[in-house]
Design a binder for this molecule. Sequence first.
Ligand SMILES: NC(=O)c1ccc[n+]([C@@H]2O[C@H](COP(=O)([O-])OP(=O)(O)OC[C@H]3O[C@@H](n4cnc5c(N)ncnc54)[C@H](OP(=O)(O)O)[C@@H]3O)[C@@H](O)[C@H]2O)c1
Length: 281
Amino acid sequence: MFSGVRDKVAVVTGAGGNLCSEMAKGLAAEGAKVALIGRTGEKLNAVKQAIEAEGGTAISVIADVTDAEQVRAAGVAVMNAFGPCGILVNGAGGNAKGAITTVNSFVAEELHDEPGELRGFFALDPAEFSRVVVLNTTGTMIPCQVFGRQMAENGGGAIVNIASMNSYTPLTRNSAYAAGKAGVENFTRWLAAYLAPAGIRVNGIAPGFFPKPDRDGPQSDRHGNLTERGARTIDNTPLKRFGIARDLVGTLLWLASDDASGFVTGVTVPVDGGFVANSPV
Ligand SMILES: NC(=O)c1ccc[n+]([C@@H]2O[C@H](COP(=O)([O-])OP(=O)(O)OC[C@H]3O[C@@H](n4cnc5c(N)ncnc54)[C@H](OP(=O)(O)O)[C@@H]3O)[C@@H](O)[C@H]2O)c1
């Protein structure tokens, strides 16, 4: 169906994770040769084995996306194994506890000298804030340099950055993550205009709420029971459910395929059950 993906070299960062492992499998199922990038070999190798079990082709390459030297080395490894990258998915990203407030808005207690468990805006750790912004922004920019260069040398390619609904509307508590993902969406537009003469399209996907299965999270616990925040989220999602990783694959294949989306660049597509479209009053 997506012939523009077959036999392409696809690089997926964050490929050992919940969403990007599924995206890597989706690209492999359409005939792409997939390079899986992350920091943890076991997670990458489990995805590689799953792809190979279905008859696909994959390699694992360990690299921290915020470290230019490591990503350059990953670029050499991909080139040696498969040749130049044709599709890049920038999925490595995330949040950090120290960069998330424990309250939705200011409370007077956060002015106390010892606020206990409370972490308001005034107690956020600037180093943690920076780490989250850098992971999501610079951790997208560096792979775009390394693998985008391979695409430019080879006459073109497609980059898909993973943004978030936080790119459009900062969610309560998540200021650093929202700033980082807003940066991803903005950078996607900038890079799309810059790289167009090189034949490289740059787009993004903004996933809505995709809780990790079997894990306690802000939306649901490991058994799938909703938290209060999770119930409010579903209530404000027109399609009345959370996303599952598979929901992202169709949009990814469309954006990765020159045949399907060859005149599309600089857009970030929400895949969120209508969450960002909704303004409940
Ligand atoms: N889940 C959601 O609801 C949601 C919603 C909107 C957007 N997103 C975005 O979607 C992407 C995937 O999210 P997910 O839920 O699948 O998270 P996940 O399961 O935690 O996957 C993220 C992956 O990124 C890798 N990673 C983290 N830091 C890295 C670094 N410095 N260098 C290389 N790899 C790194 C992690 O593996 P290692 O630790 O082994 O490196 C992990 O496998 C992220 O960008 C996230 O912000 C998620």
